[in-house]
Design a protein around this ligand. Structure first.
Ligand code: SF4
Length: 345
């Protein structure tokens, strides 16, 4: 049987800090099949970026350390690869798009040279062929006059064009998997929409897989097939976009959805999650979400819920998994569904 393209299993990553050891990623597992897009979503500090950086072993050690677990790419454990194999993997089979293109691009080299260099590292191409590939990639990501723009420096590109150039670098070697870590966070809304469209279109056309990291559940639902919702280092809900985004079961996923505007809604519906994500050194006992959870019960302060399959997705919550009897049947308070009603037996 063909193994999944990427299989992350029970990943644990910690950092040494002045306050002690912080377990930033605590037993995270997910799978990405060929051609599929998986989104990791959660507030800042959830551990999603650390999990994604671990895939390419980009966690600086010390202070960080991948303590245990496995990360298999096409069945081969990345955590056991030697330096040569790792170098080939990075920017070859798996490449990364970072959040801030302005700082990720080298200001002293032309954009074309930066794309051509990554091509020459991974492919047996001469300077001319690599340059032609650079121009081809700028064209593929929608940069007008690509031959001329390849001669320009990053500061001559707008923010949106810099992010397109980053995507061109990431795709230049036809990777099987692309990791996009908050790739649109630094952009304004209209440019964000065009970059998301571009990523989705390229992912589908080139048949790549994608790991998309974001704090925005709307954005993730637009570009991904399935989602893992992260809270305080763990995945609390995982499943298809159809299940997790349109019919969430975990109170934290509900909270994330209630904190974002969807099209055709007004701002009065917004209801942010009370409180803050605990830091790695002050995590509460039991369910880590319990101090912020509107549906918390006594047992939640004592017992940590494990991720279990319920209603065709995985959820870590002590609440009863059954959905309301029929859509719209949940009790309401001031016209709003209550979590208690949604989860009631
Ligand atoms: Fe809320 Fe308890 Fe479920 Fe945690 S286990 S999300 S505190 S109901």
């Amino acid at each position: 049987m063909t193994p999944p393209l990427l299989e992350v299993e029970n990943l644990e990553v910690s950092f040494q800090t002045d306050q002690g050891t912080v377990r930033a990623v605590d037993g995270v597992s997910f799978t990405i099949e060929a051609g599929q897009a998986f989104g990791l979503v959660g507030e800042s500090g959830a551990g999603k970026s650390v999990a994604s950086l671990s895939i390419l072993r980009l966690i600086q050690s010390p202070p960080g350390e991948i303590e245990s677990g496995s990360i298999r790419f096409r069945g081969e454990d990345i955590l056991r690869m030697d330096d040569d194999d790792l170098r080939q993997l990075r920017g070859g089979n798996i490449s990364m798009i970072f959040q801030n293109a302005e700082t990720a691009l080298n200001p002293s080299h032309t954009v074309g040279r930066q794309i051509a260099e990554t091509v020459r590292i991974h492919q047996d191409k001469g300077k001319r062929a690599a340059w032609e590939r650079a121009v081809e990639m700028l064209d593929a990501v929608g940069i007008p006059d690509p031959a001329e723009r390849a001669e320009e420096y990053p500061h001559q590109f707008s923010g949106g064009m810099q992010q397109r150039a980053m995507i061109a670098i990431a795709l230049a070697n036809d990777p099987a998997l692309i990791i996009a870590d908050e790739p649109t966070t630094a952009l304004d809304v209209t440019i964000e929409a065009s970059i998301l469209d571009l990523l989705s279109e390229l992912q589908e056309r080139l048949g790549m897989s994608m790991l998309f990291v974001s704090h925005d559940l709307n954005v993730v639902s637009e570009v991904c097939d399935s989602i893992g919702v992260m809270y305080a280092g763990t995945i609390v809900e995982r499943g298809s976009v159809g299940r997790v985004y349109r019919d969430p079961r975990h109170p934290y996923t509900h909270g994330l959805l209630n904190s974002i505007l969807t099209p055709h809604e007004n701002v009065e519906r917004l209801s942010p999650i009370a409180g803050r994500m605990p830091t790695g050194t002050d995590r509460p006992s039991g369910c880590r979400f319990h101090p912020r959870c509107p549906a918390a019960m006594e047992t939640c302060t004592e017992r940590s819920p494990t991720l279990r399959t319920r209603d065709a997705r995985d959820v870590a919550c002590h609440l009863h998994p059954s959905p309301p009897e029929k859509p719209g049947s949940a009790a309401t308070v001031d016209g709003k569904e209550t979590l208690e009603a949604l989860y009631r037996d």
